[in-house]
Design a protein around this ligand. Structure first.
Ligand code: TXA
Ligand code: MG
Length: 310
């Protein structure tokens, strides 16, 4: 592993984009001081430039160096949740290019909890910008093999850190200072809940508030078209339907899909769906999260139609 981390350092330093493991999902990484490499992330991922990237650091001090308004709330949250699946959005300074932030004056930062990537960050000494290592809108990767197969044409080097322990993305939280209090907004739900965040800050003698719901408008990445497997995937809220009824509901639902959503074309379905497979996940939410993306990929690979009860 030692040699592989050195190889990753050299590739990143020479301007390459590589796959890196984190505890949430695999990332597609580039050094934040290399604009060409940052551009390549968007190109390889087919990601629109309006969707900003998360910067990965190896310490609270490295995070602070990238921001203008690091504050006591950030410190409390970081003490409790870093390294870990919490991304903080704060005002950026000039060390962070607007390519990373899609022109926003804020930057999203987190310290991932994966020994291999932490070691890589210590050795390279430059923060790494890394979105999830999947083509834009597609299912996120939780195994090195997922990244290799997603980018087989681009021949990306992937630092293999084994399966991701958490399996879903980090929670994204913005912290703003307004008048004499801190306003926290949830920009993306993730492994850490609003309740966890409230618990962490509850005894602090500071004025803060947080909304329960995702502030979707404040985060360009909150699109309907997301995590899409390569076969149709349907969520059904009605339990205890017969197979025939389920197929009827699926076909009705697919027939009513728009041709486009948020500027993205949806592939038309020419034939009726005649069969489906149920996605089976653990009742334990943490295990279900760990398995979700890998199972979506595995089922998609094997079969034509996937069906899920919630
Ligand atoms: O768990 C994770 O967060 C993974 C691993 C690789 O760290 N990364 C990840 O990155 O999920 P990505 O690019 O797939 O999602 C980043 C999200 C997007 O929804 C984006 O819009 C939001 O973070 N984001 C990034 N910078 C932002 C900013 N300055 N303001 C608001 N939202 C931001
Ligand atoms: Mg993503």
């Amino acid at each position: 592993m030692d040699n592989l981390i050195d190889k990753a350092v050299n590739l990143l330093k020479s301007g390459e984009v590589i796959g890196i493991p984190t505890e949430t999902v695999y990332g597609l990484a580039a050094c934040i001081d290399n604009k060409e490499a940052l551009n390549r992330i968007f190109k390889i991922k087919e990601r629109p430039f309006f969707d900003p990237l998360i910067v990965h650091v190896s310490s609270r001090d490295d995070a602070k160096k990238l921001t203008l308004d690091w504050n006591i709330i950030a410190d409390k949250l970081v003490q409790k949740f870093w390294p870990g699946p919490l991304t903080l959005v704060l005002k950026k300074n000039s060390l962070v290019s607007s390519l990373i932030t899609s022109g926003l004056d804020t930057v999203a930062i987190r310290m991932p909890n994966h020994p291999v990537t932490l070691e890589l960050l210590y050795r390279i000494k430059v923060p790494l910008a890394a979105p999830s290592a999947n083509k834009f809108g597609k299912t996120s990767p939780t195994h090195a093999e997922h990244v290799r197969s997603e980018f087989k044409n681009e021949n990306i080097f992937v630092l293999d850190g084994g399966p991701c322990e958490i399996g879903i993305e980090s929670t994204v939280l913005s912290i703003e200072t307004q008048e004499n209090q801190y306003v926290l907004s949830l920009l993306r739900k993730g492994f850490i809940s609003v309740e966890d965040i409230k618990q962490c800050l509850i005894n602090e003698n500071i004025k803060w508030n947080i909304g329960e719901n995702v502030n979707a408008l404040a985060s360009p990445g909150n699109m309907k078209h997301h995590y899409m497997p390569s076969v149709p995937f349907v969520l059904c809220k009605k339990l205890n339907l017969s197979k025939t009824d389920i197929l009827f509901e699926i076909n009705k639902c697919l027939k009513n899909l728009p041709q486009m959503t948020e500027g993205i074309k949806l592939p038309p379905l020419n034939d009726r769906i005649t069969d489906f497979v149920e996605l089976k996940l653990s009742n334990n939410p943490q295990l279900a999260a760990r398995e979700l993306y890998a199972q979506l990929r595995e089922l998609s690979r094997k079969i034509l139609n996937v069906f899920c009860f919630i």
